[in-house]
Design a protein around this ligand. Structure first.
Ligand code: BF8
Length: 624
């Protein structure tokens, strides 16, 4: 018997974990225990399998080998491994952005089936950032030209990628001095892989600076392109109320879950679910209709734009299937545990993969591209509806009812809530009603009690008048805890509560998926520009209390390099190098005006952030 209370703070999770145990279903927590003890060399970053002269390990206690076969010491080994983590994370966000650019291009060419431009205004605004003239051109012409210009951001023609232009002048000067401005997204990822090959870059500082440049290619490149093109194609999010937790899965309905990251697939599934013929088919089979719900970041994309409810975050994905009420799960890519199809085998759930880049044993592969997406989405939804008859009533268990949560706080929506300018926010910060703002972002990790890190940190910060912004899996955790509805002001301190009352907003704002951390960069840059300071002067911080993914490492680096203090709840594999660890938690401050801290206890992490915000306010001459 598991100690359920130690696994998650959420009733929907613990109740469904119990069901899984009764039904002999293996879950992520079981597999984690089977892996323990984890390899200590790997945890410290002191193992290397880059070449076949190894694999090599360095003894952290000094008794065994202190160098790999090639001569790499602890610094080189840790730095190379870290650079490869950043590169994989940046590649993932950016390749997602690339798929959106291809759809934008296909729309421009008139070859994109069901896709269209939903936000023309934004298309034009972004085109102008790329120095594309818009007057006298059709929407399709602008779309095609912008897509081609964005493709150049992925290449090697440029000295600086385009969105770097949004950063404050001081920050750009610093980046130029350090030579870390990304020249091309793919170029930086490729160069990182090259530099970390045996016998190329063996200076740990140089390797880490390339890590910074690669992460900036993600934040101001692939991720920002992903966010903006999604807004152009599917609409810029606006505030709305939706629902979260396993209770969004409806017993009387055909339930379809979408999981992954790319809205290109999920938006088409959304359209098919709205189709009357398919709904009638569902009704003819005894269901009340078709119910669509999201998981992870593709869920966040649909939640932000369409108000489609979310069934859960990363560690809830297996548990949704354990409810026994899911007719189909449709996945695109990233954060999709290959274990899902094994769980699905124990129920009637059909599993569909949709991307050429992400195939899974045990899933039926129905590939999407811009031309066929509409027809494929209808095919999948029809198969899901027909699967309703295979549901075993006795296996259905949905342990909770849904919780309401607000979403849709794009930068434009925040500005609108503020009356069109950042001034009310700046005034509230100056007056001390809002002491500062913190992005709580990132994943779940079975090494940390599910959602505990996110929720406790968010509660502590809002109680101290610090506005919270959420993305990714943190959104679901904090929303489920009730902090993302206007009534969530009960958790806030008096100052923040007054702001929530005046604006009708919650103390924690959901701003999107993980690529939408780029929205934090936009807000931070706009705030710094409005005040005539650098981002590192602002009372801001970032935190990833439960991160697991390489993408989170890339995010942490571009947030830090933008000048934002970043607190991680899980230790990255760097402790094997004293020099790199010291640089991360001390030395970076003198270079980027920001550094990392690692603190698994969210209450202590909250103390670190509150102290940091006090210091930043003091330096700006604001009362603490
Ligand atoms: O990109 S927060 S577990 S779903 S990696 Fe994955 Fe982490 Fe969730 Fe989204 Ni982000």
């Amino acid at each position: 018997m598991k100690d359920y209370k130690e696994l998650s703070i959420c009733t929907d999770a613990t109740e469904t974990i119990k069901k899984a145990e009764r039904e002999n279903i293996e879950l992520v927590w079981d597999r984690k225990i089977a892996q323990e003890p984890h390899c200590g060399f790997c945890e410290l970053g002191l193992s290397c399998r880059i070449c076949t002269m190894g694999p090599c390990r360095i003894d952290p206690f000094g008794d065994g080998p202190q160098k790999g076969v090639c001569g790499a010491d602890a610094e080189i080994m840790v730095a190379r491994n870290l650079l490869r983590m950043i590169s994989a994370g940046s590649a993932s966000h950016s390749d997602h952005g690339r798929d959106l650019v291809e759809v934008l291009y296909a729309v421009g060419e008139g070859k994109a089936g069901g896709y269209e431009i939903k936000d023309e205004e934004k298309l034009k605004t972004i085109a102008k950032i790329y120095n594309i003239t818009v007057d006298g051109k059709t929407t399709k012409e602008i779309a095609k030209e912008l897509a081609l210009a964005m493709m150049e951001d992925y290449g090697m023609k440029k000295k600086e990628i385009s969105f770097v232009s949004i950063a404050p002048e001081k920050r750009k000067e610093l980046w130029r001095k350090l030579n870390v401005i990304p020249r091309g997204i793919d170029r930086e990822v490729t160069e990182s892989m090259h530099r970390s090959h045996m016998g190329v870059d063996n200076d740990y500082i140089s390797l880490l600076l390339q890590g910074v440049r690669t992460s900036l290619a993600d934040g101001y490149g692939g991720s920002m392109i992903g966010t903006y093109v999604s807004d152009i194609l599917f609409g810029t999010p606006e505030p709305k109320v939706s629902a979260l937790n396993l209770g969004v899965i409806k017993e009387d309905y055909v339930n379809i879950l979408i999981h992954g990251h790319n809205p290109v697939v999920s938006e088409m599934i959304y359209l098919a679910v709205e189709d009357k013929e398919l709904t009638d088919l569902a009704k003819s089979l005894g269901a009340k209709g078709i119910n669509l719900a999201g998981l992870c970041c593709t869920g966040n994309e649909l939640l932000m734009r369409k108000g489609i409810p979310m069934a859960g975050n990363h560690l809830m994905t297996e548990l949704t299937i354990v409810t026994g009420a899911v007719e189909a799960m449709v996945v695109d890519y990233q954060c999709i545990m290959p274990a899902l199809s094994e769980v699905a085998k124990c129920y009637h759930t059909l599993m569909f993969s949709t991307s050429d880049k992400a195939k899974f044993p045990g899933m039926e592969h129905i590939e999407f591209n811009p031309e066929n997406a509409r027809e494929r989405a209808f095919k999948i939804v029809k198969l899901a509806v027909e699967n309703f008859k295979n549901r075993k009533k006795e296996k259905v268990y949905i342990p909770v009812t849904e919780v309401k949560s607000m979403t849709g706080f794009s930068v434009e929506a925040i500005l609108k809530a503020l009356g069109g300018t950042l001034n009310p926010l700046i005034d509230a910060i100056k007056a001390g009603n809002i002491k500062g703002a913190v992005g709580i972002v990132g994943c779940n990790n079975p090494k940390i009690k599910h959602d505990y890190g996110h929720v406790e940190l968010a509660k502590k910060l809002v109680a101290n008048d610090i506005l919270v912004l959420t993305t990714g899996c943190a959104n679901v955790a904090i929303g489920k805890a009730g902090l993302q509805v206007p009534e969530g002001k009960v958790f806030a301190g008096e100052g923040l509560k007054a702001v929530c009352n005046a604006l009708g907003i919650p103390p924690s704002l959901h701003i999107g998926s993980c690529v939408d951390n780029s929205r934090i960069l936009v807000i931070a840059s706009a705030l710094a520009n409005a005040l005539g300071v650098d981002i590192s002067d602002l009372p801001l911080a970032g935190s990833a209390p439960e991160w697991y993914s390489e993408k989170a490492v890339a995010i942490a680096f571009y947030v830090m390099a933008s000048g934002i203090y970043t607190v991680l709840g899980v230790m990255p594999p760097i402790l094997g190098s004293k020099k790199i660890t010291d640089l991360a938690v001390n030395g970076l401050e003198g270079v980027f005006g920001a550094k990392f801290a690692v603190e698994p206890d969210p209450l202590k992490a909250g103390d670190l952030i509150i102290e940091h915000i006090k210091n930043k306010r003091k330096a700006l001459g604001l009362a603490s």
